[in-house]
Design a binder for this molecule. Structure first.
Ligand code: HEM
Length: 438
């Protein structure tokens, strides 16, 4: 794509103006480009997906509109149930693991299985090692695939991954896997099928959906664990907060953690999670400008240009977050009083009308994982000192860049809790979180 100009929005005030003027701009051309370069959809299939403003049939937009309601209400409750069961199982297995683990690899495995089992049901293609490896080959080398030139030659590794995963999804649909899945997977398939998309193109687009489901949840879970466990005082405060407000013990010694209470009564935990998202997000929201648009009465953005809103700058705006805006401190979020009043200074979930549709699911997953780990385990780095790893900036879909190299840790069960039986309880209708959003 060629654009006249690139405008970079750095001020929260202009973010609000972009939100108000959303009708003259769209990020659909970038979605179409992802469908083409990442998923490999072409010809009539791509024309179906392309936005109406670009003379396509607008199916890409319809698919996102169809999935939004499935990530709330009953659809969200259903996915949360499977997700918590999978996380619980993955965390329990740590108890029999005696030795050193790479923290990122472990987070990646546990959250990939939990997220995708929740979305795709019993025939989840990501259960297979090779499918997961194929996905991460795509994700970690996305920038070369996005170039879109002879990917079988110039982006061979991610291209092979994509073709393998496409076949796995094709088989999934042919075997009726989507009929036993979540509302989310079913609605995506139905919307495309009703519009006349081929099964192969539906499978291709589902490979790209992995970027929404996994690319942010996996590195975010790693970084929140890193940020909390590397601060012993914060860790102790959060541990105490969860014990006091969300754990009950019955007469047989069963420890029940009420995840609705974790969400509603553990503000420090929720703040620490959002603070990691605030200081570590590199999300860059793009909008293509369709008509000359005046922002906030002072800034004219011209038709045919592209506008970028970088979270890394906006999330650290000192007029919103104070003079220590660059520093990790959950008090920044606690000071909002849960009123979302810093909204235009928090871009980690994007900006309306394209706000992240999966934020409640992702938040529920990461808070559940944190509760399980914080209550039951100590995590300490091999060598005794937490050292922040460098990040992989080639993983361009990840708004929190994944770490490069190993983060080797010991994960040990709290001695006095050995033998305790745990239950992580969900309450239907309580899957939405009071998050600061853009
Ligand atoms: C911590 C985890 C996550 C983070 C930080 C995150 C962040 C984001 C961001 C920054 C955007 C772009 C919004 C814009 O351009 O204005 C976005 C969009 C989106 N996300 Fe997420 N996301 C996460 C998890 C998820 C999950 C788990 C799902 C699905 C199950 C999901 C589904 C989507 C969808 C469908 C959109 C496009 C919305 C639209 O175009 O209207 N996300 N997300």
């Amino acid at each position: 794509m060629v654009f006249n100009k690139v405008y970079i929005i750095k001020s929260p005030k202009l973010v609000s103006a972009v939100r108000r003027n959303h009708r003259t701009m769209s990020f659909e051309p970038l979605v179409t480009s992802t469908s083409k370069c990442v998923a490999g959809v072409s010809g009539p299939g791509l024309q179906l997906l392309r936005g109406k403003e670009s003379q396509g049939q607008g199916l890409g937009h319809e698919v996102i509109a169809a999935l939004r309601p499935t990530l709330l209400g009953e659809g969200l409750d259903q996915m949360n149930t499977t997700m918590v069961e999978c996380l619980h199982q993955g965390v329990q297995e740590l108890k029999s693991h005696d030795g050193v683990l790479d923290l990122y690899d472990w987070c990646s495995l546990v959250t990939t299985i939990a997220s995708t089992d929740a979305v795709y049901g019993p025939m989840n293609p990501y259960k297979e090692d090779k499918a997961r490896k194929s996905y991460w080959d795509i994700e970690h080398n996305l920038s070369s695939l996005m170039v879109g030139v002879a990917p079988w030659l110039l982006a061979r590794k991610p291209w092979k991954g994509r073709e393998y995963l496409t076949k796995a999804f094709l088989q999934y649909y042919q075997s009726g896997g989507h009929l036993e899945s979540s509302q989310l997977a079913n609605a995506r398939w139905k919307t495309q099928n009703d519009a006349g998309a081929t099964l192969e193109d539906i499978a291709r687009l589902e490979v790209a959906m992995g970027l929404g489901i996994l690319s942010n949840t996996v590195p975010t879970s790693f970084w929140v664990i890193f940020d909390i466990f590397s601060r012993p005082k914060l860790l102790e405060e959060i541990r105490e907060e969860i014990w006091q407000n969300a754990v009950s013990i019955n007469s047989e010694g069963l420890h029940t953690v009420d995840l609705a209470d974790v969400q509603a009564k553990c503000p420090l935990l929720l703040a620490a999670y959002q603070e990691t998202l605030r200081v570590r997000s590199n999300a860059a929201q793009f909008r293509v400008i369709f008509e000359d648009t005046m922002l906030d009465g002072s800034c004219l953005v011209k038709k045919g240009s592209i506008l970028v809103m970088p979270a890394a700058v906006i999330n650290r705006n000192e007029s919103i977050w104070g003079s220590d805006a660059d520093t990790f401190d959950p008090q920044h979020i606690l000071a909002t009083g849960g009123k979302q009043s810093k909204a235009s200074g928090f871009m980690s979930f994007g900006a309306a009308p394209h706000m992240c549709a999966g934020r409640h699911f992702a938040t529920g997953e990461i808070l559940a994982l944190l509760s399980m780990l914080i209550l039951q385990f100590d995590i300490s780095p091999v060598g005794g000192k937490w050292v922040e790893p460098p990040t992989n900036v080639k993983a361009v879909a990840a708004s929190l860049s994944p770490p490069m190299g190993r983060t080797s840790v010991h994960i040990t069960e709290e001695k006095e809790l050995k033998g305790v039986e745990w239950h992580f309880a969900l309450t239907p209708g309580r899957g939405r979180h009071g998050l600061v959003v853009g």
